[in-house]
Write a protein that binds this ligand. Structure first.
Ligand code: C2E
Ligand code: MG
Ligand code: MG
Ligand code: MG
Length: 294
């Protein structure tokens, strides 16, 4: 009887695994067709310099508008895309779309004339031998100046194969693009790579921003990251800013760039212009020693 029960359990287990596998295969197949069927979307989340009404940049964030399912967030398909290699064509599509869009905004709206764009790169993309050439081609085709494109990579990407990583980073740098470390402080951080690798910007992970005003450890970590960035002449962006208190605290700590739901959500491209202050509006925050302030 025990044996029988065991077998039954194995069968149930098999069936569950089978369903999961079918689900995966089905998702993979539809994801494979998603580009051709025009189901991918890029939303743009503004990044602000504190005190300035128009964003200095936008982060491109992919979504999948899957028929009968709805808007699927990246965490639900990027890992699979990464695993099966689909991240290469998807990533290239996002890059192309984002560069083209931002080049257009820069040309068409004076408030966005200096806008930059950041695109996330996953490990597999970073390890792809054709990455640097693809980026060069996309920049050329879009007309976006290289220094207006930032690539966001996580710490885990940097620790993969140090020498190859350094070579890729230097090749990207030679193109003129900017490099950011995303989710800073959550990976297997080794501070020495900040010295070794040509990085321009650090993005403070939103888990630290979340605890900034309530948790002493989070405050200490945020303070240390901002101090490190300022001392090393790196730009620092706080991610996930959701409250006024967090924003005030960040400004006091010397953080100058911020991104988060308090300021703006990731937004479809046709709604981004509506987020901007009226043209010709005065700058919202002026300091006393600003000679132009009235
Ligand atoms: P990420 O690069 O760290 O992007 C920031 C994530 O935080 C976004 O989630 C954004 O919507 C969310 N966020 C922004 N402000 C707030 C806030 O105030 N509160 C909270 N709770 N969340 C906030 P999203 O769009 O779901 O993207 C998740 C992750 O998926 C990204 O994290 C990035 O790692 C990855 N991803 C997105 N687009 C791409 C892509 O085109 N290629 C690759 N390889 N990865 C991507
Ligand atoms: Mg990012
Ligand atoms: Mg992040
Ligand atoms: Mg992330």
């Amino acid at each position: 009887r025990a044996k029988q029960r065991g077998r039954a359990r194995i069968e149930v287990f098999d069936r569950a695994m089978h369903t999961q596998l079918l689900d995966r295969v089905e998702t993979e197949q539809s994801l494979r067709r998603a580009i051709a069927r025009d189901e991918l979307r890029v939303h743009y989340q503004p990044v602000y310099r504190l005190g300035q009404p128009s964003p200095v940049g936008v982060e491109a964030l992919v979504r999948w508008e899957r028929p009968d399912v709805g808007m699927v967030p990246p965490d639900r398909f990027i890992p699979l895309a990464e695993e099966v290699g689909l991240i290469i064509p998807i990533g290239l599509w996002v890059l192309r779309r984002a560069c083209r869009q931002v080049a257009r905004w820069r040309a068409e709206d004076p408030r966005l004339a200096d806008l930059r764009v950041s695109v996330n790169l996953s490990a597999r993309q970073f390890g792809d031998a054709s990455l640097v050439a693809s980026i060069a081609t996309v920049l050329e085709a879009s007309g976006l100046p290289a220094e207006c494109l930032g690539l966001e990579i996580t710490e885990s990407v940097l620790l993969d194969d140090i020498d190859a990583t350094e070579a890729t980073l230097r090749a990207l740098r030679a193109l003129g693009v900017r490099l950011s470390i995303d989710d800073f402080g959550t990976g297997y951080s080794s501070l020495s790579y900040l010295k070794r690798f040509p990085v321009d910007e650090i993005k403070i992970d939103r888990s630290f921003t979340a605890g900034l005003v309530t948790d002493r450890a989070d405050l200490a970590i945020v303070q240390a990251i901002i101090g490190l960035a300022n001392a090393m002449d790196l730009e620092v962006v706080a991610e996930g800013v959701e409250t006024d208190e967090q924003l005030t605290r960040l400004a006091e700590l010397g953080c100058r760039l911020a991104q988060g739901y308090l300021l703006a959500h990731p937004t479809p491209p046709d709604q981004v212009i509506a987020l901007l202050p009226p043209e010709g509006a005065p700058v919202a925050v002026r300091t006393h020693d600003d000679p132009d302030s009235v």
